[in-house]
Design a protein around this ligand. Structure first.
Ligand SMILES: [Zn+2]
Length: 202
């Protein structure tokens, strides 16, 4: 870990980018992978765009996790900034990490889904089948993406600012954000907002 500001470098098709270009990433991925089975997990009817973008980049494993930075030649400490007990990678962050796992547990508990998987590949298989209720399933996708987004944000907060929140605070933040999203859907006249709100409300 470094106290200096870091500069993520994006490599797309072998070309390094100093700033993130969603257009370049989109074009690189879109051309080679026109339709993927995970697309409905990311681009669904109740998504928050910044949550979708972050989870999509993690599905592609294109975000600058420490294990990837290391393979690009950065001489850095690979310890997970959330738990300090293992090397940081996408699969560790979501949700093999004890810290992340607690957030994931709180989110799935809120949706009354017991025994969620904690391994990345298993979660991708579980998400479409976790509930018989289409609204609960949609809420789960919201929660999964929200957890990825807020945990990555927390990791970056620790990396850059040395500040940290607890798993309970992060889960509360995710649920509050999703409540706001559902209320916004309601205001737009989208009826599924009501069913989703019921999933997230107390
Ligand atoms: Zn960890």
């Amino acid at each position: 870990m470094s106290s200096a500001n870091d500069t993520p470098i994006w490599t797309i098709d072998g070309i390094p980018y100093l700033s993130f270009s969603s257009k370049a990433v989109w074009n690189a991925v879109r051309i080679s992978n026109p339709v993927k089975c995970w697309a409905p997990l990311v681009w669904h009817k109740a998504t928050i765009p910044k949550h979708a973008l972050t989870s999509w980049l993690f599905i592609l494993n294109r975000n600058p996790t420490l294990d990837r930075l290391s393979t690009w030649g950065f001489d850095i400490d690979l310890d997970c900034l959330l738990c300090g007990l293992a090397q940081e990678s996408r699969n560790h962050l979501f949700f093999e990490c004890d810290f992340s796992a607690e957030v994931w547990r709180l989110i799935t508990q809120k949706l009354r889904l017991s025994s969620p998987p904690f391994l990345w590949d298993q979660i991708l298989l579980w998400l479409p089948t976790a509930s018989a209720s289409k609204h609960q399933k949609l809420a789960l996708l919201q929660g999964w993406q929200g957890a990825i987004f807020e945990l990555w944000r927390e990791r970056n907060r620790r990396f850059h600012e040395g500040l940290s929140l607890s798993p309970v605070t992060i889960a509360t933040l995710i649920i509050s954000t999703l409540n706001n999203k559902c209320n916004a859907m309601l205001q737009l006249g989208l009826k599924r907002g009501i069913s989703l709100l019921q999933c997230w409300a107390n």
